[in-house]
Design a protein around this ligand. Structure first.
Ligand SMILES: Cc1cc2nc3c(=O)[nH]c(=O)nc-3n(C[C@H](O)[C@H](O)[C@H](O)COP(=O)(O)OP(=O)(O)OC[C@H]3O[C@@H](n4cnc5c(N)ncnc54)[C@H](O)[C@@H]3O)c2cc1C
Length: 351
């Protein structure tokens, strides 16, 4: 069985930032990535997506994003940036390699890969993101809905939904962006338990991220005090607030029941709906850790700021609110990766 020092599971931005940080600690990481690329889930995000963070706040450690730092790059620019970043990393990156299971053994951990191969490693960093595990909340009557149900993870473009009656469930950035885009070609309701909260993209001529950085809010280590990550406000240059105010999409509380294709609203009215789109977020995608005993009953990692209390050679990078607001962002993941790499290096150099 091949023996390595550190296995990084996932070769998206979190895995690449982790590899960069481990190399700086003098370790030789092996990055194991299930897909054939090193751009994580970005190629699978919806086609119109532009970053909510300007280019100047969207780089990983060691390589600027490039171009005008004030522009909001398109999804495809992130894909290209991550591919470039991986090329410049002097790391052993193995694409087409899915990790099926991690077990503890005498030297650390034994990894079983999808093709049955095994690896022995002294440490493991789980950086597999959340996109592979879309969250489907229990909603009144949804299981009996005879129209189509999809998650935002499956949404790419508005064209297939032209002319439909659509309910988008959620109140976060994806929910509002997708609902507004669909509303140009369909009749759309944004249904959420809470009102939508908007945050202005620019204040006094500065981008929100400038303010978050200057005030220290971006890095405030409050993650460990949050039991459930709060819904982030919708970052808006004014167009989404205007769209909701104009009723395209209109906003309502979540439906109270469903009968066939008929949805019942809180005021008792009913109407036929073609599609319900769940923009209800994601959960950590860590099935390969289930048998290790590192997860709680909901599949969430038991950790503090990315370091598990149960398995000292294991670590996480890229969790939502792992340490702070910016933990699972392009601009922030490198900071967490550096902390985790420092701790793992201290442990590996000691033993
Ligand atoms: C719609 C949307 C918009 C966003 N916009 C922004 C933004 O504007 N700015 C910003 O900073 N952040 C943004 N984010 C947040 C975040 O930056 C991205 O979600 C980012 O892709 C997360 O990177 P990651 O590497 O943690 O996860 P992913 O990109 O999901 O990468 C995880 C990788 O792990 C691999 N993997 C999974 N399981 C295994 C396994 N068992 N074995 C091997 N490999 C595995 C997957 O194939 C994948 O390549 C956005 C997120 C979404 C969903």
């Amino acid at each position: 069985m091949e023996r390595i020092d550190v296995a990084v599971i996932g070769g998206g931005q979190s895995g690449l930032a982790t590899a960069h940080a481990l190399l700086r600690q003098g370790l030789q990481p092996v990055v194991l990535e299930a897909s054939t690329e090193t751009s994580g889930s970005w190629p699978r995000y919806y086609d119109s997506l532009t970053l909510f963070s300007p280019a100047g706040y969207s780089a990983l450690p060691g390589m600027p994003f490039g171009g005008d730092p004030d522009r909001y790059p398109h999804r495809d620019e992130v894909v290209a940036y991550l591919l470039r970043y991986a090329e410049h990393l002097d790391a052993d990156i193995r694409t087409g390699t899915r990790v099926r299971e991690v077990r503890a053994d005498n030297s650390g951990f034994a990894l079983t890969l999808e093709d049955g191969d095994r690896l022995s490693t002294r440490a493991v960093v789980a950086a597999s993101g959340t996109f592979g595990r879309p969250h489907h909340p229990a909603l009144p009557g949804l299981e009996g809905f005879t129209g189509s149900v999809l998650h935002a993870a499956e949404y790419r473009t508005p064209e297939p939904y032209a002319g439909q009656r659509i309910v988008v469930v959620g109140a976060g950035n994806s929910a509002v962006q997708i609902a507004a885009e669909l509303a140009a070609q369909a009749r759309v309701t944004l249904a959420a338990r809470h009102p939508v909260r908007f945050a202005r993209r620019r204040t006094l001529g500065r981008d929100l991220h400038w303010w978050l950085t200057r005030t220290g809010l971006d890095t405030l280590p409050v993650g460990r005090f949050l039991r459930t990550p709060p819904t982030q406000p919708v970052i808006d240059d004014g167009r989404y607030r205007a769209a909701v105010a104009a009723g395209a999409p209109d906003r309502r509380p979540v439906f109270t029941g469903i009968d066939g294709i008929k949805v019942t609203w809180a005021d008792g009215s009913t109407e036929a709906v073609d599609t319900i789109l769940l923009a209800t977020g994601y959960r950590p995608d860590l099935p390969y850790l289930a048998s290790l005993g590192a997860l709680d009953e909901h599949g969430h990692p038991l950790h503090r700021e990315g370091l598990p209390l149960t398995h000292p050679g294991l670590a996480y990078v890229g969790l939502e609110w792992q340490r702070s607001l910016s933990s699972n962002s392009l601009r922030g993941v490198g900071r967490d990766a550096a902390r985790v790499a420092h701790r793992l290096a201290a442990r590996l150099h000691r033993h």
